[in-house]
Ligand binder design. Structure first.
Ligand code: FPP
Length: 150
């Protein structure tokens, strides 16, 4: 035990306020949020934190203007394309939780690939909650158990 928490969860918030206070468009704030995530992942990995959960996109976020939603989706796509190889090299296992059926086929494919490529890593578990909801999670779990029982 090194005095570090085993698991840290972060609600990604404040991107818009960060941008507004600098008179920048919200999108720049989201991009900066991704940079902050990179720094947090590196620190967690260095300091021996075992799991990091990021609440990156909630089911309520679909209600935002469609341009903003599509920019956030693009950021997910770009970030996965850019970062997975380096996460993999650094022993990070990536997993997504949440209802991914609402995402584009391209994003779903990148998510599946990221999970597959990094599945044997154990230095840091990076869990990205995207379109995640507590009720959704419970109903999914119950459905899985019911299928297994059958
Ligand atoms: C909340 O800030 C943030 C979001 C709704 C989206 C954050 C998601 C990303 C930047 C993509 C991350 C990608 C990966 C792979 C982790 P806000 O707009 O609610 O800010 P505010 O509270 O200041 O309005």
């Amino acid at each position: 035990m090194n005095g570090m928490p085993k698991h840290i969860a972060i609600i990604m918030d404040g991107n818009g306020r960060w941008a507004r206070s600098r008179l920048l468009p919200r999108y720049v704030g989201h991009r900066e949020g991704v940079k902050a995530v990179r720094r947090v992942v590196e620190s967690c990995s260095d300091k021996g934190v075992q799991a990091l959960t990021l609440f990156a996109f909630s089911s309520e976020n679909w209600r935002r203007p469609s341009e903003e939603v599509s920019l956030i989706m693009d950021l997910f796509v770009q970030t996965l394309k850019k970062e997975v190889a380096s996460l993999n090299r650094n022993g990070v296992r990536v997993r997504f939780i949440g209802d991914r059926s609402a995402f584009s086929e391209k994003l779903r494919h990148l998510i599946t690939e990221a999970e597959r490529e990094t599945r044997d890593n154990s230095r840091l578990q990076l869990v990205i909650a995207a379109n995640y909801g507590g009720q959704w999670d419970i109903s999914q779990a119950v459905r899985t158990i019911a299928t297994r029982v059958q």
